[in-house]
Design a protein around this ligand. Structure first.
Ligand code: CA
Length: 230
């Protein structure tokens, strides 16, 4: 059974969400203050967190940042009252996975929850899948030997850069979030800024693209992440 943590201080909304999620077959845990939400988010084994923004004690932005810095792969859907907060929510700093704007319909929220959980599953599956060899354009990558060529030129790629490329190849054609990429490369070790991912992509482009300034294979997807196309 998948478990959802609801962090929401409005009693009627919190109870309504809990009842609906339980009826859908989810296990539910709840928190009514910022502090409690942070504690449960960090300590409990949850598959997804629904996080209100305006909360007593500590706001949802700070909670999201704190949880993501320790448990990068736990999906977080923010519940927001203001459409103007959207950029911040999905932006680089915070790293939330999705949001719904209050008032929302329960069906809309359930659909978002399912989509976010499915993305998390796709990420896990891709991480585990093995790939030894891949070729595109004039690039040949041997992931087993950590060796690569562009034409006749040997690529100078680190183990981490090979890991990123392997992961992107496995999810070819899909939009991949910076959080997913961070998780592949760094896991729980440390939490570098998502900009670190951008720096890695810039280096990879220099190696594999014909023209790094006009990338064909590693494409940017605005405010989300990247897409590998070949
Ligand atoms: Ca609130």
């Amino acid at each position: 059974m998948q478990k959802v943590l609801i962090v929401e201080d409005e009693v009627s909304l919190r109870d309504g969400l809990r009842d609906n999620l339980e009826a859908e077959g989810y296990a539910v845990s709840t928190a009514s203050t910022g502090k409690e939400g942070l504690k449960k988010g960090l300590e409990e084994e949850v598959d997804l967190i629904l996080l209100d923004i305006v909360l007593p004690g500590m706001n949802g932005f700070d909670i999201c940042k704190e949880i993501k810095s320790k448990k990068l792969t736990v999906p977080i859907i923010m519940l927001t009252a203001k459409a103007k907060e959207v950029d911040k929510i999905l932006g680089l700093e915070l790293g939330a996975d999705d949001y719904v704007t209050k008032p929302f319909s329960i069906n809309e929220l359930l659909a978002r929850i399912k989509a976010v959980l499915r993305r998390a599953e796709i990420h896990r599956a891709a991480k585990q899948k093995k790939i030894d060899f891949y070729e595109f354009g004039d690039v040949k990558l041997n992931f087993a030997e950590l060796e690569g060529y562009k034409g006749t030129k040997k690529l100078r790629l680190s183990k981490r850069e090979f890991d990123i490329l392997a992961y992107m190849v496995k999810r070819k054609g899909e939009v991949i979030s910076r959080n997913d990429l961070l998780d592949v490369v760094w896991g729980y070790e440390v939490f570098p800024s998502t900009r670190t991912v951008d720096n890695f992509m810039a280096r990879l482009r220099k190696q594999i693209e014909d023209k790094a300034s006009k990338p064909k294979y590693i494409q940017s997807v605005r405010s989300v992440g990247y897409k590998f196309v070949a």
